[in-house]
Design a protein around this ligand. Structure first.
Ligand code: WQD
Length: 340
């Protein structure tokens, strides 16, 4: 049985990926510093899969801690989620973002090189494309200058991995996520934003249960059919399964280059208003929302061409937008009950 290290394995995408890896028969070990997650997620993963994963609370910015971990635990591959991810905060605290998102990546890659650990999967982002000139966005689209330090850490991260693959015997895949939403069907794990949510769907769900008074639609004067920006919203369980597919590709040596990157989305774009309408219809409720000013840094439209991932990873999305929006709401309701 292959043992896979999942850094950031208690976070939103990480926890769903741990479940899919366990379901696929992998042995997993999680590292998480709990900076944006809760240790209870471990038990909740166990409730779904019947197996509470091995876990280490480690700060990956501390090189000695990283080294100590690898001295203790042997792994066959690594999926690296651990990172800061708030775009706006990264503008205020660039050095914290570079230290955490780049420093930790370098330390992990050094350990992989020194110990001949081969398979590496990196959480990248569609933000690397900025406002793409052509839609849907293929992997051939040029990388645009990053709009934020956060986005830059993903671009630089990919470059560091590319250079490392060239110099050392490492095989790696970067997955460029579009907009992950939803929660696990069991409702044991889901998204747990700290404070006021920055992303659309968590803001919608918190508005729906009354934690937030009103949802702001950030601009309706974009060059899109209804004037609101278009994104590719992908169910987090589908996204999690893409990691299993990518890992199997590396393990079975099916990769065509030692560094590859794939778009992970549904291939469909939806506007903010379409998401609001779909959420209302699916969950049979009315949302309190109004149009406000544009948010700085938002692109008009971004959705994936997933042909490459479909063919090469043999991966397709299985879940609908409605399923994602329903699970997101059910998950939110469950959290709210727990708080009361
Ligand atoms: C979606 C749309 C907003 C909140 C995210 C991450 C980014 C990257 C990609 C990982 C936009 C609008 C939002 C609200 C709104 N992920 N909106 N009211 O900006 O596409 O980027 O996914 O690398 O880091 O942040 O996602 O959910 O923030 O916004 O009108 O209260 O919803 O303007 O058009 P985004 P989002």
């Amino acid at each position: 049985m292959k043992k896979i290290l999942i850094t950031g394995g208690l976070g939103f995408i990480g926890s769903h990926t741990v479940v899919e890896l366990q379901n696929a028969g992998f042995d997993v070990v999680i590292i998480d510093d709990l900076s944006n997650s809760s240790v209870e997620v471990l038990d909740n993963i166990g409730k779904i899969t019947g197996e509470k994963p091995e876990y280490y609370q480690i700060d990956l910015r501390i090189k000695e801690e990283v080294k100590d971990f690898f001295n203790k635990v042997n792994v066959d591959g690594i999926i690296h989620f651990a990172a800061f991810k708030a775009v706006g905060e990264s503008v205020q605290k660039p050095l914290e973002y570079y230290e955490n998102n780049i420093g930790a990546l370098v330390y992990i890659l050094q350990e992989m090189r020194d110990r001949n650990i081969d398979h590496f999967i990196f959480s990248s982002s569609c933000t690397v494309y900025g406002q793409a000139d052509e839609l849907p966005i293929t992997e051939k689209a040029p990388i645009k200058p990053a709009e934020s330090p956060y986005g830059n850490t993903k671009q630089i991260g990919e470059e560091i991995i590319r250079d490392t693959c060239k110099a050392n015997d490492l095989n790696a895949i970067a997955l460029r996520y579009f907009n992950p939403i939803g929660a696990h069907g069991s409702l044991e794990i889901g998204e747990l934003p700290l404070g006021v949510p920055l992303n659309l769907v968590p803001y919608i769900t918190e508005t729906a249960v009354g934690i937030r008074k009103e949802l702001m639609v950030f601009g309706d004067d974009y060059d899109t059919p209804d004037g609101t920006p278009i994104r590719d919203y992908v169910h987090v369980v589908d996204l999690a399964k893409a990691h299993v597919a990518a890992l199997k590709r590396l393990i079975h040596k099916e990769n065509k280059q030692n560094f590859e990157y794939f778009n992970i989305g549904t291939g469909k774009g939806n506007s903010v208003i379409e998401i609001i309408k779909a959420f209302e219809k699916t969950n049979n409720l009315k949302l309190n929302y109004r149009v406000a000013d544009r948010r700085e840094g938002d692109v008009t439209a971004a959705y994936a061409d997933t042909t490459f991932a479909n063919k090469e990873l043999k991966w397709n999305t299985e879940k609908s937008l409605e399923e994602a929006l329903k699970s997101a709401y059910e998950w939110q309701k469950k959290q709210t009950i727990n708080v009361e």
